[in-house]
Design a protein around this ligand. Structure first.
Ligand SMILES: [Zn+2]
Length: 313
């Protein structure tokens, strides 16, 4: 069962145990005047949300806002399932994400192509959120959660339907996947932490990443709250994401000249991360299985990027 970590006054982090893994996906909960959850994870994470609410003497009906950074299933797949219980909550989404919350059929179709029959086992039920409960926030718009305002910023690079949530009070942003993934020891056993970008299909765009890092850097924040996993000092997240995206892109560029299969790109990424970890005194596993499925997803996303670029000439 999930431990609640108090990050700041009335702000908590808990583990969503994505794919049953510890230290993979976090959710954030504001327990101020308006109860606000950031990220639902997949429907399989619902018991951990309910448990965390109970620990704060809250019920799902008490939730005022549920915010999802983007529509990928490990972030928002469980929104509809939660909406069945959180009847008073407003679900806040990026302009390009909202319609997929209301009607997830295209999302399910796309995910079925990737995951096949294992989709329900991996992510549970993907249900619609009633349209009356969905609110769109454009770039720069806010919501008032009682004791503070949260500001939303469009952040391309990882996905075109991605925003981050800025809390000026604590000088932090909740970054989803747009400012990298923090690989923590509880997931990897590396004994150290490392921020790497997520280049998963199908929107990865290195120029978008650079734009996003620059845009968020200008906010003058101290902390980046990743979904995967927990807080990073902001500059560490910026540098890890920016340099990582450039390195991953260059590796994919070089590999794509020789061959266009994702496995070769995956091998190049694995070699690079192995070398990097060894340079930090860490001995990772041969397959890098401790990075969960990310190595495969990153390679597949980089291949999509290379193919798009090739088509455009
Ligand atoms: Zn993710």
């Amino acid at each position: 069962m999930s431990e609640l970590v108090e990050l700041a006054d009335q702000l908590y982090l808990f583990d969503l145990y994505e794919q049953g893994e510890i230290g993979r996906s976090s959710a954030y909960l504001y327990n101020g005047a308006k109860k606000t959850l950031i990220e639902t994870g997949s429907a399989l994470s619902l018991p951990h949300i309910l448990d965390s609410l109970t620990r704060l003497n809250l019920a799902p009906e008490d939730l005022d806002y549920v915010i999802v950074t983007h529509i990928h299933l490990d972030h928002a797949g469980g929104a509809g399932k939660l909406a069945e219980l959180a009847k008073k909550a407003t679900f806040v989404a990026h302009p390009r994400a909202a319609r997929h919350l209301i009607d997830p059929s295209r999302l399910i179709q796309g995910a079925t192509q990737v995951y096949g029959a294992t989709l329900p086992t991996l992510f549970g039920d993907i249900l619609p959120v009633p349209e009356s409960q969905v609110m769109i926030r454009e770039d720069g718009e806010t919501i008032d959660i009682g004791d503070r305002k949260l500001v939303f910023y469009d952040t391309p690079g990882h996905a075109k339907h991605h925003f981050v949530i800025h809390d000026p009070e604590i000088k932090g942003v909740f970054s989803g996947d747009s400012l990298g993934i923090r690989y923590v020891d509880s997931l990897t056993g590396w004994g150290t932490e490392l921020v790497l970008p997520s280049t998963s299909p199908t929107d990865f765009d290195p120029e978008g990443v650079a734009f996003t890092v620059d845009k968020i850097r200008r906010l003058g924040i101290d902390t980046v709250f990743h979904t995967h996993f927990g807080p990073s000092p902001a500059e560490e997240a910026f540098v890890g994401t920016l340099e990582g995206a450039l390195t991953f892109k260059n590796l994919a560029d070089r590999t794509f000249v020789i061959t266009s299969d994702w496995e070769s790109i995956q091998q190049a990424l694995r070699q690079h991360i192995h070398d990097r970890l060894r340079g930090m005194g860490v001995t990772p596993s041969e397959s890098l299985a401790e990075m969960a499925v990310d190595l495969e997803l990153n390679a597949k996303g980089l291949l999509v990027y290379e193919e798009k670029k090739a088509r455009q000439g």
